[in-house]
Write a protein that binds this ligand. Sequence first.
Ligand SMILES: *Cc1c(COP(=O)(O)O)cnc(C)c1O
Length: 361
Amino acid sequence: MSSLHRPVDLPTWPGVIERYRSFLPVTPRTPVITLLEGNTPLLESARLGPRMGLRLLFKLESVNPSGSFKDRGMTVAVSKALEAGSRAVICASTGNTAASAAAYAARAGLPCLIVLPAAGVAAGKLAQAFAHGALVVTVDGGFDTALAVTREVSARLELALVNSVNPHRIAGQKTAAFEICDVLGAAPDLVVLPVGNAGNITAYWRGFVEYQAAGLITAPPRMVGVQAAGAAPLVDGRPVERPQTVASAICIGNPASWQGAVAAVGESRGRFIKVSDDAILAAQERLAAEEGILVEPASAAALAGLQELAMAEPPRGRTVVCVLTGHGLKDPGALPGAAAPPPPVAPTGEAVSRAVLSLLG
Ligand SMILES: *Cc1c(COP(=O)(O)O)cnc(C)c1O
């Protein structure tokens, strides 16, 4: 029998709850709702890292089932909602939480309600939420307003709130830190990630601290949180009334996990850094053109931040993990090549050869 025709094996990756069960708030009675999230690649940079003198690794969270890291937390939050007997889940979202909640709720057979800020939700993310059958309410205002009202409604109607203010979300998201340590056999020197509502940086830090307490790593990494210049409350030290950035996933003026983010950066002797929208889009283009990795703008902010850091204080020879949080197809409007293709040429070998040669230059 040819090796190409072996019987198909069942997947050996069981999803983050089964893989890291002892670190998570689940019991044998918790119904596990999973789409086999996690186990995402840690891909070594081909060009950008070597150019900075770094061993740079990209954690490709865009490879999760709904295309962002939100799935790690959502598998736990939705499983716990089902265990608690909730009749529906609800979240406020700039897009990726909605897409993830809608997918896991569909899997669980629960209704999913999404409260959308009127402005700043990427087309691909909304399409995902609708495809999974989510019920959508739009409210005037930005994300911070939408989250405040959603917290009130979830309490009033007794619906399970699955934003990252839900501790089960943070618990699930810390598994990304576990995976990085499991692959490297140690913690990296530096972890760089974009920060919006600050749940993810809080979760990574918790993951590293728990792995150290368990004796699985000797020291945690420094944490670098990157914000967009127009939405940088943690860099500036105060909430931003009207946050604005092309990176819609981190367009948040008053992060719910503010304290967690400050603790992560403070205890790890890391830092917050802000980058311009131009730097974010340039980083997005470089990742696509020089590494073959397509991400949405918020994810590219992490690379932009690292590049700015590397210019100021070159951290040569170090192992750096840059967390690429969400897929580029989610926000096609933010892609540089979103313009139309060139006008057609005659469908002959000669005409197409001429066009090809002129493109090659
Ligand atoms: C949610 C999200 C972020 C921000 O994560 P927080 O936990 O809100 O700080 C960054 N990038 C992408 C793609 C996201 O979906």
